[in-house]
Each structure stands twice: as C-alpha cells, then as structure tokens.
Design a protein around this ligand. Structure first.
Ligand code: SF4
Length: 438
C-alpha cells in the first residue's frame, strides 16, 4: 500500500500567518496528505514567515539551514509569507536547494511545485485576494476562529515593511466574509476574531454602491447563535469611526477589549513615524470608547528607540502608558527594515540604549498589568476554554480581556467550553479561578 505523504508547517509572526497556515494545511489535507510534527519525516516542509522585525528574518534563514540538514532526501522545502516577498529570488541564492518562495498573496500556487517538483517556484506578486477563494475551507473550525477581512495597508508608517510585503489595502467582499464566518460558526467556532493589518479600515463597496464597514460585519456576526464572542485586531487609531465605537455599546458579544497601538507617546516621534494623530485625538477616541463601554480595556504596541528618540520622548511614552493604563501590550526595540524610510533616517539609537529603554517600558507595562489582574480578584468573568495545560490537570481559559485564567479540571463533569469563573488569585502573567455554579 502506498504510504500517505506528509507535510510540516512552521509559522512565524502574526495571527494572519497562523490563519494562512491553517488554510495551507486544509489545502494539503484535501490532496490526501497528513500533517507531521517531524521535519525529518515530512515530504513537504513549509516555513510561513514574518519580516516585521530584522531578527525574525534572520531566524527564518537559520531555520532553513537546519531544515536542509535534517530533511529526508527528495523532500521539498520552501518559504511562504512576508520574508518570501521581502527576499524574493535572493532566497534561492542564500539557500540554493530551496524549492519554492511564495509571497503572502500566492500561497494558493503551492500545488504547482507538488506537481512539478524538479522546478523552482517563485511567485511574490501582489494585487489580489484570490487565495481566499481558491483554497479549501478549514473543515472543523477552532473554538477561536480567525477570519481575515482585509489585507495590506495604506498608512505607510516609516518603520513598517507591511505596505511592501502585503501591498496596499484590499478588503474582502462582505458576503465572502460572512460566508466564512458562518462556516466557522457551524463547524465549531465560539469566538470570531476579525483580522487585518488595518482591520478597522475595512471598506467594501458592492455592485450597487452600498458600502460595508467593520461595524456591519460585527452586527451580522452577532446574529449567529453559535458565536458568543467577537473581537478584531489590529486597529489604527484614526479609523476608529463612531459607528464602530457604538458597536461596543450595542453589541454585547463584542468583547470589552481593544488593541489600538499608539507606538510612542511623543508627538515628535509620531510625526517621524508618519502616524499623523495627536495625543489629544488619540485620548479623545479612548474616552469615547469608555463612554460606550465603561469596562473596556485597551492594549497597545510600542516601539522604543525609534531614530532620534530622546530621553524626553521616551519619558512621554512612559507617561501615556501610565495615563491610559494599557493592559496586555507588546513592546519592541526599533529595528531598521529594508524598503522603509526610517532605516535611512539619521540619529539611529545605539542598541544598548534601546535595550535599556525596552526594559524600563516592559517593567512599567508589567506593573500596570499586575495591578489590573489583581483588581479582577473576586470578580466573576465569562471565560472561554482554550484547552488543558501541560499537566492535564488544569484548563486554560481566556477572560473577556484576554487574560489567561487557570482552573482545576472538574472531577465528575465535562469541562465547559464557556464558563462563569470566579477569579481567586492573580499575578502579572495570569489569573487563577474556580467555576461558579449557575
Ligand atoms: S498601520 Fe500598521 S501595518 Fe500599516 S504601515 Fe503602520 S504599522 Fe504597518
């Protein structure tokens, strides 16, 4: 009997890549292949890559070197995603026996290399979202299902490679998104997370000229009885329109948690980053959100050590973090990326200063998170189960604010997927809780 061919996928980077990897896996499953956790055993090896930070790109090429040495003879290996788009044909020079290099909008071309394994496959074109139509659906949706609604970005922040790797903004049709969301709801999803590089910039005009925004997608999804939680990421501050803000008031399935990156608290740095909002305008949006949903919590991304950032600029970042009281935030050292304006700016900040500032900011953000987590003790929160921990004795739940909450498995009953959990203890990283009898 002919043995089934196996594939191995490793994913780097954002949720968009995680989702794309699911669709690639669904495509290979539909061709009769099975997933493998072992590179040495796989017939097709795919790295789905991220190039947002320099380190991430270097990591991909060291990983490719390791795979080349570990893979079995005849196995095909290649890269897809943003590093593929960034490096293009140069990837074949760095790793000559690489078989394929496919950009983020060309994953659906992968079967070409399976049918013609002796050729090299390179496609890093931009300009279309056909991949969503051409690739098979995920058969059983995960409990938390990611649904991409737009790709690319028109904002052109001077540090960001995304407009180069993912191209200009493209929004999927309203009907296609709702079709995918319904499929996810019918096959296991309880939480939907709409995805996009500039998710709240979603704008689709149908053939009759009717315009659909993210608020329309949320309203329609909230009608699906299987779906109990809705969220979206990642948002750009000035795209936070009033119709969307009102959703936090009227649609209670929309979680009271929003990632809205500010990146820096310094107006000068924001200007050089080409993020054209004032701190006042940003705070006004937060206030509107809090008026609509008083329990809403905000998270942010921060970049420290942007070219020309002074001690005073950095102090302003610390100040805004404390003022907004961001929870669950991400902070990074600035790293110059090719094809970006900031990489050519004067006054690049030395690595040791970036490192010091990052440590100071991380410690401030951790302290805000710890205080928020401690304030949750005694509260009962509706939480969604994401699976068991390594011991198998505890379940990991996610609160509406995306905190991790650990609960002992019930002895005699099945573990509920959604449960009201009373928070009994907290530290910076997670909460502990117990089930509340309904
Ligand atoms: S808004 Fe986000 S994705 Fe778009 S250019 Fe700026 S950082 Fe990059």
């Amino acid at each position: 009997m002919k043995s089934q061919k196996k594939y191995f996928i490793k994913t780097f980077g954002c949720q968009m890549n995680v989702y794309d990897s699911w669709r690639i896996a669904a495509m290979l499953d539909a061709r009769g292949m099975v997933a493998s956790k072992d590179v040495a055993d796989a017939d097709v090896i795919i790295l789905n890559t991220c190039s947002v930070r320099e380190k991430a790109t270097n990591k991909v090429f060291s990983e490719l070197g390791r795979i080349r040495d570990a893979k079995k003879s005849g196995a095909l290996f290649g890269i897809v995603g943003c590093v593929a788009r960034e490096t293009g044909a140069k990837a074949f020079h760095r790793i000559p026996d690489l078989n394929f290099v496919l950009g983020p909008q060309s994953y659906h071309r992968l079967p070409q290399i399976l049918e013609n394994p002796d050729a090299k496959l390179l496609n890093i074109d931009l300009g279309g979202l056909e991949k969503f139509d051409e690739m098979p659906q995920i058969v059983h949706a995960p409990v938390v299902s990611y649904i991409p609604i737009q790709e690319g970005c028109n904002h052109c922040c001077t540090y960001c490679i995304v407009p180069y790797t993912r191209g200009p903004e493209l929004s999927r049709s309203f009907n296609d998104v709702i079709r995918d969301t319904l499929h996810a709801a019918k096959t296991g999803a309880i939480e939907i997370c709409f995805l996009g590089q500039n998710v709240n910039g979603y704008k689709y005009t149908d053939e009759n000229g009717k315009i659909y925004r993210l608020s329309d997608l949320i309203r329609e999804t909230a009608k699906m009885p299987e779906i109990q939680r809705i969220r979206f990421t990642s948002s750009y501050p000035t795209e936070m329109t009033d119709d969307l803000i009102q959703m936090f008031k009227t649609e209670h399935k929309l979680l009271p948690f929003l990632n809205m990156p500010i990146q820096s608290g310094s107006p000068d740095v924001l200007k050089r980053m080409n993020r054209p909002y004032s701190l006042d305008a940003y705070i006004k949006i937060i206030n509107k959100l809090r008026d609509a949903r008083p329990d809403i919590q905000i998270s942010s991304d921060f970049i420290v050590g942007f070219p020309g950032e002074t001690d005073n600029d950095f102090e302003q970042t610390l100040k805004i973090a404390e003022q907004i009281k961001y929870i669950n935030s991400y902070s990074f050292k600035y790293s110059p990326r090719p094809h970006t304006a900031a990489a050519l700016m004067p006054n690049q900040i030395p690595e040791n200063i970036k490192r010091e500032r990052l440590a100071v900011l991380d410690s401030a953000l951790n302290e805000i998170q710890r205080k928020f987590n401690e304030k949750c003790i005694g509260k009962t929160l509706p939480c969604l189960c994401e699976g068991a921990d390594k011991t198998g004795h505890h379940l990991i739940y996610r609160t509406p604010y995306m905190q991790q909450c650990i609960v002992a498995c019930p002895k005699d009953t099945a573990c509920p997927t959604m449960a009201n959990i009373k928070i009994t203890a907290a530290n910076r990283a997670s909460l502990r809780g117990e089930y509340v009898k309904n």
